[in-house]
Write a protein that binds this ligand. Structure first.
Ligand SMILES: C[S@@+](CC[C@H](N)C(=O)[O-])C[C@H]1O[C@@H](n2cnc3c(N)ncnc32)[C@H](O)[C@@H]1O
Length: 252
C-alpha cells in the first residue's frame, strides 16, 4: 500500500468510460456545428439542399451532447447518491470485513469504510484507465486519505476472476460497474463464483452494473445464494443500471 501523508484534497471518484463520454461529446458537438453550418448556408442561399441535414444534425447533436452530460453527472453525482442508498440498506455492525471488487477510485470501498469502526474494507482492481479516467492505486489511496478512512482500508492489485482470499472470508462483498468490463461470459461467471466463494455464510453482496446482471443473478441462484434480488433500472449512465443483492446461506 503506498505510504502517503494525509491528503487535504477533495475526493475524486473518476469519470467512468472516459472514451465513451469524450466520443459522445465530440461527436455531438461536431453534429451541432455541422447543423449550424447547414443553416447558415441555406440562409445565404448557398447549397440549398443542405436544408435536409439541418434537423437531423441539430437533433442528433443535442442527443449526443446530452448523453455525454448525463454520463458525466452520473460519475460525479449520481453514482455517489446510489452508493449511499445501497450501503444504507445493509445491516452494519461496524466490525465487518468488506471487499470491493473492481473498486476503481474507491466508491463503494470508502462508502463501506465509513460504516466501520473495527473492521476492514479491502479494494482490489486492475486499475484499467480505459474503464475509469486517471485510474490507479495511488489515486484511490489519495481518496482514502481525503475521506479520512486510511486506518480501515487496504488496496490490492487483483483480478475479479481469481481472488487471492480464502473461502468464507468477507462479511460483505460489493462491486460497482466493474464486472461488465470482463468481456467473455466464462470470465464473468468465474468472477461471480469467486465473489460467492470469498463471502462468509450469512454475508451479503451488492453488485451494480450496466450489463449482464440477469446473467449474474442466474449464476448466484445456481450457486445456492438466497434472497437474490435484482433492482432497477437506474439511468444515471443512460444505459440502465441494475443492482443485485443476495445473501449467502448459513449451513443448517
Ligand atoms: C467503470 S470502473 C468502476 C470503478 C468503481 N467500482 C466505481 O464504481 O467507481 C470499472 C473498474 O473495474 C476494474 N476492472 C475491470 N476488469 C476487472 C477485473 N477483471 N478485475 C478487477 N477489476 C477490474 C477497472 O480497472 C475499473 O477500475
Amino acid at each position: 500500500m503506498p505510504s502517503l501523508n494525509a491528503s487535504h484534497k477533495r475526493p475524486n471518484y473518476g469519470i467512468d468510460a472516459p472514451n465513451v463520454v469524450r466520443g459522445l461529446f465530440v461527436g455531438g458537438s461536431a453534429a451541432l456545428i455541422l447543423g449550424r453550418l447547414c443553416l447558415f448556408a441555406v440562409k445565404r442561399g448557398v447549397m440549398p439542399w443542405t436544408r435536409f441535414a439541418i434537423a437531423p444534425c441539430l437533433s442528433m447533436g443535442c442527443i449526443l451532447v446530452l448523453e455525454a452530460g448525463v454520463m458525466f453527472w452520473g460519475s460525479k453525482v449520481g453514482k455517489l447518491r446510489l452508493r449511499d442508498k445501497l450501503i444504507a440498506t445493509l445491516p452494519w455492525r461496524g466490525d465487518e470485513r468488506v471487499l470491493d471488487v473492481g473498486c476503481g477510485h474507491g466508491l463503494m470501498l470508502i462508502g463501506a469504510a465509513k460504516r466501520l469502526r473495527g473492521g476492514k474494507a479491502t479494494g482490489i482492481d486492475l486499475w484499467q484507465k480505459e474503464d475509469q479516467a486517471g485510474n490507479s492505486r495511488e489515486a484511490t489511496w489519495q481518496n482514502v486519505l481525503a475521506e479520512g478512512v486510511e486506518d480501515r482500508v487496504e488496496l490490492h492489485d487483483g483480478d475479479a476472476r481469481k481472488l487471492s482470499f480464502t473461502d468464507n472470508f468477507f462479511d460483505v462483498v460489493l462491486s460497482s460497474w466493474a464486472l461488465h468490463n470482463i468481456y467473455d461470459p466464462a470470465g464473468r461467471e468465474q468472477a461471480i463464483r469467486e465473489i460467492v466463494r470469498v463471502l462468509k455464510p450469512g454475508g451479503h453482496l451488492v453488485i451494480v452494473d450496466i450489463r449482464h446482471t440477469a446473467e449474474y443473478a442466474q449464476v448466484l441462484q445456481a450457486g445456492q445464494m438466497k434472497d437474490v434480488t435484482r433492482i432497477g433500472p437506474n439511468f444515471i449512465f443512460v444505459i440502465p443500471s441494475y443492482t443485485l443483492m443476495a445473501t449467502k446461506p448459513t449451513p443448517v
